[in-house]
Write a protein that binds this ligand. Sequence first.
Ligand code: PLP
Length: 455
Amino acid sequence: MTIFFKQDPVIQCVCRYDTFVIMYPDTYKELGFSINQKAHLELNGVDLTTIITNDRPVYVVNELLIRQHLHVYRQTFQKFYPKSTSIFYASKAFLNLGMANIVQQEAVGLDVCSEGELFIAKLAGISGQNILMHGNNKSRTELQAALDAKIYAIVIDSVSEFDLLESLSFTNRASVMLRVNPIIDVDTHPAMATGIYKSKFGLPLDDNRTTDLIMRMSKSTNVFFKGIHFHIGSQILNLKAYTEAIDAVIRYLSLLQKQGITIDTLDIGGGLGVDEQESTIKTIERFSKHVCSEIIERCRQYEVPLPKLAIEPGRSVVSQAGCTLYRIGHVKESDGLTFLAVHGGMSDNMRVALYQIKYNACVANKMNQAPIKNYKVVGNCCESGDILIENIFLPECKSGDVLVVFNTGAYSHSMVNQYNKHAMPGVVFMKNNDYVWTTKPQKLEDLVQYDTQLQ
Ligand code: PLP
């Protein structure tokens, strides 16, 4: 059976593009993919063409890989950091009840940034002590819900948010952290950079009001000031940005120390990127080693006691563990392009429109056919920007074929919408030769579930 990889010299010479491939060979196997006798793509031993039963897309999640990523995070931080490390999976990357169950079973925490995410965490039985709350505009209701759930920490984003928190009624002392902005350049899409000048998130390190707020927090009888948080952005592969942020923040901790404040925990946020050329396991190992040694070194240099560590990985936990299945509809030649339209698009994956993400894909039912034709893969939403893949070589496609788009585990399901009243797709979790629907696909009636007809 022929499997076409990026390195394949024949294909490279035929197409002279690098967008047609299935995937890099090592990565492909490590992610759980294989090809069966019918030349269909399988994930964890399940034929992906059997999952898609109608014209709606399906989010497919490799449950085993998510568990493995969480395990590697726990293991590597334990190995490289001498003090305790808490891992809070950033639920904004992908959350349904099944995912919250995995978080709970794998004994890591959950980072939530809304009442909805907190609700799901509690429903899945995650204890308050394993929940961290973010958000740049927490409401009274959200702050109260966080207090009631006695969570690990509320990460405060502004002075007025802390004022609001202090105005609530406390039955116990609540732990708080402050989100600071180290103001550094990050090598990522501008929409994914959060630790930059004029960011809406956190308080800048070079502003006296930041220190004033920390003073207030540490003197408050309602709260325990646990420490400092920063999150510099997402899809970051150049670790230099972490080096700079860690340096800036630990230098700041040494200034705080001079004012009598030492922190219990430093939370370095999430942000680690996913490189489709290698398995995320290797990326996580490199990242853990790098940030741990940078923190240890800077604390030594600035004579700051080593704090406990918290991290909030999202994308790196779930991205490579997810792929989306699409039924191919009409194929149209127009203006020198061949449009391949799928039943899905920006309603189930906003990332191409938002961040111009480049996806890789293959045809699940034609794994023995050479990718000989160039397509522009578009969705079925009434928007010109509804493009899934700008330019990709695939085998000759026809209506009914199943397109698999890789690396969609992060920030696609979590941004799902009902534009054009497309019912939301379901989510399937794959184990060994087995799968389960952890979110059912919506039915048409669900589209009007909360509507009332006018008389
Ligand atoms: N923590 C915070 C505060 C975030 O805003 C985000 C994402 O934007 C994350 C963690 C997770 O980032 P990533 O998915 O890039 O790991």
